[in-house]
Design a protein around this ligand. Structure first.
Ligand code: NAI
Length: 337
């Protein structure tokens, strides 16, 4: 049976990396019927909005989407399409695994972390206003309901993947009420999972401890902005943004995208590393119940990178996006289970 999935190419390097990921998934042996949908600033003149309702409807119809990055103007202009899409589809959890890849020179080997970022509130509630000229207030919303579902998701993920520990990352020493609530919920949920160790770590100390010894952590769960920053740090630990996949998960829908943005500095040159989006595609296959194919895709990507002859510039090579993609497809085809 074929699966249906929405493909949102996005902008910047989006077209290049989504095309690569689509080709690899199509070569995985899983049949996917793709429905392409528009989103991003370049579509405003056509739809009057960077996130057309048709695109949201397409994800709702197919339930899953593979999405390229979409740029957001800084300081002014339209609100982030990425944030709006997560809100419209109630994609409350952002799952960002960071696992070392053989052949990528980094400070640490065997990094294996899962960052779980609350995706629906915190400082991304978009509630900002001018109190008086020269004074701006931004509201950081933390609710018991959203905290509970992200913490449950974190513990469930830990249990499903056989992980040993969940760390709740917070700033409750300063944000006593909001992060105090987050921790209170965390402790309550932790009691429901006696088989998983639970610890708490202040966000600034977490950043330092991750850099000194990533093996001190396993699954880390936190509110939106902390998750945004800490997951870029963990991406750095495994070799950079070009390698880090992610999944935005809700009760009904899921959108899979790289951690990186639209990389306007290298867009249109055919040199972007599609690894992060291909690995996001593998997460999508897993979500669709195609876990054997997901493993094959991940193994093929890892084999090509470990071999080192055909890798993109960010990894010290000279291969184009397309050459790397061809190499992954060749590895996939010679490696059926
Ligand atoms: P970025 O992730 O696009 O780029 C940061 C650096 O990493 C750049 O030097 C870029 O060339 C490099 N890089 C990123 N992805 C790469 C890849 N696949 N291969 C090789 N090198 C790669 O972050 P930046 O520059 O802060 O943001 C650019 C735009 O992307 C902004 O408009 C931002 O709002 C948007 N963005 C969108 C996201 C999404 O769609 N989910 C996530 C993050 C940012």
């Amino acid at each position: 049976m074929a699966h249906c999935a929405t493909l949102i190419p996005g902008d910047g390097i989006g077209q290049e990396v989504t095309r690569a990921a689509q080709r690899v998934l199509d070569a995985s042996g899983v049949r996917i019927e793709w429905e392409t949908a528009d989103a991003g600033g370049e579509h405003i003149s056509r739809y009057g909005t960077p996130l057309p309702q048709q695109t949201i409807d397409a994800v709702m119809r197919n339930r899953v989407a593979l999405k390229g990055p979409i740029g957001t103007p800084i300081g002014t202009g339209f609100r982030s399409v990425n944030v709006e899409l997560r809100k419209s589809l109630d994609l409350f959890a952002n799952y960002r695994p960071a696992r070392s890849l053989e052949g990528v020179p980094t400070r640490y080997e065997n990094v294996d972390l899962m960052v779980i970022r609350e995706n629906s509130e915190g400082l991304y509630s978009g509630l900002e206003h001018i109190v008086v000229p020269g004074v701006i207030e931004s509201q950081r919303i933390i609710t018991e309901k959203a905290s509970q579902r992200i913490l449950r998701y974190a513990f469930e993920t830990a249990r499903r993947h056989g992980r040993r520990k969940v760390t709740a990352v917070h700033k409750a020493n300063i944000l006593k009420l909001s992060d105090g609530l987050f921790l209170e919920v965390a402790r309550r949920v932790a009691r429901e999972y006696p088989g998983v160790e639970y610890e708490e770590s202040i966000v600034d100390a977490t950043a330092m401890r991750l850099v000194l010894d990533p093996s001190a952590f396993d699954v880390l769960v936190m509110e939106n902005l902390f998750g945004d920053i800490i997951s870029d740090l963990t991406s750095g630990l495994i070799g950079g943004l070009g390698l880090a996949p992610s999944a935005n998960i809700g009760d009904q829908y899921a959108v899979f995208e790289a951690v990186h943005g639209s990389a306007p500095d290298i867009a249109g040159r055919g040199i972007a590393n599609p690894t992060a989006l291909i690995l996001s595609g593998a997460l999508m296959l897993d979500h669709l119940g195609e876990s054997a194919a997901a493993r094959r895709v991940e193994r093929a990507v890892r084999a090509v990178i470990a071999q080192g002859a055909i890798v993109t510039r960010d990894l010290g090579g000279s291969a184009s996006t397309e050459e790397f993609t061809e190499a992954v497809i060749a590895a996939l085809e010679s490696n059926h289970e």
